[in-house]
Design a protein around this ligand. Structure first.
Ligand code: FES
Length: 112
């Protein structure tokens, strides 16, 4: 279900409660007009553009396998921290994440 995020600090947007992410390990959110896919890997939260750089499928509808995000389209595997596609030159844009008081916040701008 899409969330309606609220801005709590410049550049940062409250995206989803961490408890919600714990249940499904993934979530799709709209932040600043951009669709992001959030994943919980162990105790770390990662944010990638939701639209796959390959053929545009939704990464949030994919899965996690051995710490990698697997796209449901053609099973490319992305490192959630760098966005790099395993065995390819392609890279999925990634975004900064922080958890404050049990809420996942993301910065929809490109990670520096
Ligand atoms: S659309 Fe993601 S791997 Fe093809």
């Amino acid at each position: 279900m899409p969330m309606t995020p609220e801005v709590d600090a410049p550049g940062w947007v409250a995206a989803v409660p961490l408890d919600q992410l714990r249940r499904r390990k993934r979530a799709r959110v709209e932040v600043g007009g951009r669709a992001l896919a959030l994943f919980l890997v162990g105790e770390r939260v990662f944010a990638l553009d939701d639209t796959c750089v390959h053929k545009g499928r939704s990464l949030a509808k994919g899965s996690l396998w051995r710490g990698k995000v697997v796209c449901p389209g053609h099973q490319w595997m992305f490192d959630p921290e760098t966005g790099r596609a395993e065995g390819r030159d392609d890279c999925q844009p990634v975004h900064e994440v922080r958890v404050i008081d049990g809420v996942v916040h993301v910065n929809p701008g490109p990670r520096s």
